[in-house]
Write a protein that binds this ligand. Structure first.
Ligand code: NI
Length: 139
């Protein structure tokens, strides 16, 4: 039996957001969020690297069937795809749609959906080609 094996699959979705805090003055919002405070929002092509772990089945030689994984991941990311996150997604009307918070959102949504015995191990969300956010919940 192979232990400590992981599988990572990469997904992408496109979405727009605006980083803004009503508690701050316009000046402060501009200073803190910079270009990301643009009133009409701006877009990103997000890349999600999703890593699952679990026991490798002796019957299949796999941790998880990739098609089964695709079904649950698309259930979550298709809701975000081509949306203005801070306007159209209720969660992000209350919590700023920063890369950090989107990574946590994806973890929280996906954690309970991965078909057992596989389990969610790590989430990495690329916001641009130059920055990504890592999240692992339940530690
Ligand atoms: Ni942005």
């Amino acid at each position: 039996m192979i232990e400590n094996c992981t599988l990572t699959k990469i997904y992408s979705f496109s979405a727009a957001h605006r980083l803004h805090n009503d508690k701050f003055t316009d000046e402060m919002n501009k200073e803190i969020f910079g270009k990301c405070n643009n009133p009409n929002g701006h877009g990103h092509d997000y890349y999600l690297e999703l890593t699952v772990s679990g026991e490798v089945s002796s019957d299949t030689g796999m941790i998880i069937n990739l098609e089964d994984l695709d079904v649950v991941v698309h259930k979550v990311i298709d809701e975000l795809d081509h949306k203005r996150l801070d306007v159209e997604i209720e969660y992000f009307t209350k919590i700023r749609a920063s890369g950090e918070n989107i990574a946590k959102y994806l973890w929280d949504k996906l954690e309970g959906l991965i078909p057992s015995p596989a389990y969610l191990y790590h989430v990495r969300l690329w916001e641009t080609s130059e920055n990504f956010f890592d999240y692992r919940g339940g530690q």
